[in-house]
Design a protein around this ligand. Structure first.
Ligand code: KIV
Length: 291
């Protein structure tokens, strides 16, 4: 099966329609976990552009348009400055480039914490403007009322507990969470509060493994680990980290490729050929038609 297809920019439809790839639904993801067990782990990766989504789509159950795009795409120091406009633009691109995975878009800092009503206004804008299936927000028990409010009004919510990067200014850094008893108990009770409020899945990020396992066992919805445990119900990584796009990555990232080196050596070959005037060659230039 081809992994690529053309986008009709007028209709946002993909051609040819990859018919075996029906888009997964949020209830189908939620139902992966039955009686505390997930037979088939949930596969999630971040995506920020249409082409990236096209390439990842058939391999993933969920594509996350993470607010990590602040650092990865825009070179910002953290996810705190990311705006709803950025998330809407990248979310729409990822939905246009995918056909199979359900697309989840992150709610950026400052667009949902004030009240359930504020969260509904932001989340409904993301659903309308991007066509995504669900939104993700950070925070535990403090966000439970908002999760219930959104879910009851037709907006599926993915939760996010443990290391919550939008709270970096309160946490004081990106270190693993759950090392003290109080912190460990809070992570588990935060996950339970989101689960009871109706979250369809919960990201557990940067948490010591026994606590990630305990939280996974304590909730009925799937947990998706990042720097957590293989015993979570699924896993997520930032795609650029996994591809080896950056020299420095967190300890929990496995580099499956060395894309940065490939880009650098490819650019070096191009630059050398331009300087030697060997590019463009005869194949890349237009010649007058012979009459
Ligand atoms: O923003 C993001 O990419 C995320 C994942 C790392 C879970 O929230």
């Amino acid at each position: 099966m081809s992994t690529t297809f053309q986008l009709d920019t007028a209709t946002s439809r993909a051609h040819p329609t990859p018919s075996p790839l029906r888009r997964l639904t949020i209830p189908a993801i939620r139902q992966r976990k039955v009686d505390g067990a997930t037979a088939e782990p949930v596969v999630m990766l971040t995506a920020y552009t249409a082409r990236q989504a096209q390439l990842l789509d058939e391999h993933c159950d969920l594509l996350l348009v993470g607010d990590s795009l602040g650092q990865v795409i825009y070179g910002l120091p953290s996810s705190v400055p990311v705006t709803l406009d950025m998330m809407a633009a990248h979310g729409a691109a990822v939905v246009r480039g995918s056909y199979h995975a359900a697309v989840v878009v992150d709610m950026p800092f400052g667009t949902y914490e004030a009240s359930p009503q504020q969260a509904f206004a932001s989340a409904s804008r993301l659903l309308k403007e991007t066509g995504c299936a669900a939104i993700k927000l950070e925070g535990g028990a403090a966000m439970a009322e908002t999760v219930a409010f959104l879910t009851a009004r037709g907006i599926p919510v993915m939760g996010h507990v443990g290391l919550t990067p939008q709270a970096v200014n309160v946490l004081g850094g990106y270190n693993a969470r759950g090392r003290s008893d109080a912190e460990a108990q809070k992570i588990v009770s935060d996950a339970q509060a989101l689960d009871q409020a109706g979250a369809f899945a919960i990201v557990i990020e940067g948490v010591v493994e026994p606590i990630a396992i305990e939280a996974t066992r304590a909730v009925s919805c799937p947990t998706i680990g990042i720097g957590a445990s293989a015993q979570c119900d699924g896993q997520v990584l930032v795609t650029e980290d996994m591809l080896g796009m950056f020299e420095r990555v967190p300890r929990f990232v496995k580099r499956y490729a060395e894309i940065a080196q490939l880009i650098s050596s490819t650019a070096a070959s191009y630059a050398a050929e331009v300087r030697a005037r060997t590019f463009p060659g005869i194949e890349q230039t237009y010649q007058p038609r012979k009459s």
